[in-house]
Ligand binder design. Structure first.
Ligand SMILES: NC(=O)c1ccc[n+]([C@@H]2O[C@H](COP(=O)([O-])OP(=O)(O)OC[C@H]3O[C@@H](n4cnc5c(N)ncnc54)[C@H](OP(=O)(O)O)[C@@H]3O)[C@@H](O)[C@H]2O)c1
Length: 245
């Protein structure tokens, strides 16, 4: 059987690169490592030599780049089986409990984390509809910082954190709703559309402050990206289990 074609956005480093590595190590997958910078993308692919991985040029903030990426995937493979919307930014100041994000930071953060994830998903819907099984997997890399239920609880996680990250949190809550819009749209058609929280993982996004390893950070996203046809849909989870919406 032909391998399933997987696209991971923003995969030249961090959790995205580790997701690529873990999926490519499984039998039956060919992974497209999405990156906006060709040199960084190619270098990342070189670190995975021997694995079924290739670079795909994709700046998720750029509609022309998205259209070109869709065209490339269409002409090479004619379909997409798995999409992992991983690319993301955190632009709030680290002392954001006292320093509220500016309009510019809100706009840039929402643009990449919510709007661009929507534009990429929408552009790939026709190719996802042609997935080998007819039932593609879509994963949204969100954050428990986007959990309304958790932050509404005065005893909940992150209440005592030194930062509020207003723009980042709000953009991830928006991303969760976006995922649910796709769930509603494809309900009853067998698509598995799920949301992952990788957990606080040491990457450039958080200046290396996260205690978690890349291996652990990628684990739940890989589980969701490689779910079989009878797998779950419409879930928000982390490796330890379900999260409150
Ligand atoms: N690390 C954590 O603790 C944590 C926790 C919860 C959720 N997450 C989420 O997990 C995902 C991965 O984060 P990470 O920690 O691995 O961050 P990271 O190391 O900073 O990696 C982010 C990746 O996104 C890419 N990217 C940003 N804007 C892009 C664009 N417009 N087009 C294409 N690629 C773009 C970056 O590319 P460049 O190298 O070109 O900038 C980079 O490859 C993010 O969605 C993040 O919000 C992370």
């Amino acid at each position: 059987m032909a391998p399933k074609i997987v696209l991971v956005t923003g995969a030249n480093k961090g959790i995205g690169l580790e997701i690529v590595r873990q999926i490519a190590n499984k039998a039956g997958y060919h992974v497209l490592l999405g990156a906006r910078d060709a040199e960084r993308g190619q270098k990342a692919v070189e670190t995975l030599s021997g694995l079924p991985v290739e670079f795909l040029s994709l700046d998720i903030d750029d509609d022309a780049s998205i259209a070109a990426a869709v065209k490339t995937v269409e002409s090479k493979f004619g379909r997409l089986d798995v999409l992992v919307n991983n690319a993301g930014v955190l632009l709030d100041a680290w002392d954001s409990k006292v320093q509220m994000a500016t309009r510019e930071i809100f706009q840039k953060t929402f643009n990449t984390n919510a709007t661009s994830a929507a534009m990429v998903t929408e552009a790939f819907v026709p190719l996802l509809s042609k997935a080998l099984t007819g039932k593609p997997n879509v994963v949204f890399m969100s954050s428990d910082m986007g959990s309304l239920g958790q932050f509404a609880d005065p005893e909940g996680k992150w209440q005592d954190a030194p930062m509020h990250l207003a723009a980042y949190r709000s953009s991830k809550a928006a991303m969760n709703m976006l995922a649910l819009v796709y769930v509603a749209r494809f309900r009853g058609q067998g698509w598995r559309i799920n949301i992952d929280n990788p957990g606080y993982t040491a990457t450039d996004l958080n200046l290396g402050t996260g205690p978690g390893t890349l291996e652990d950070g990628a684990r739940n996203a890989v589980r969701l990206a490689t779910l079989e046809e009878d797998g779950v849909t419409a879930t928000f989870s982390e490796k330890e289990g379900p999260l409150p919406w």
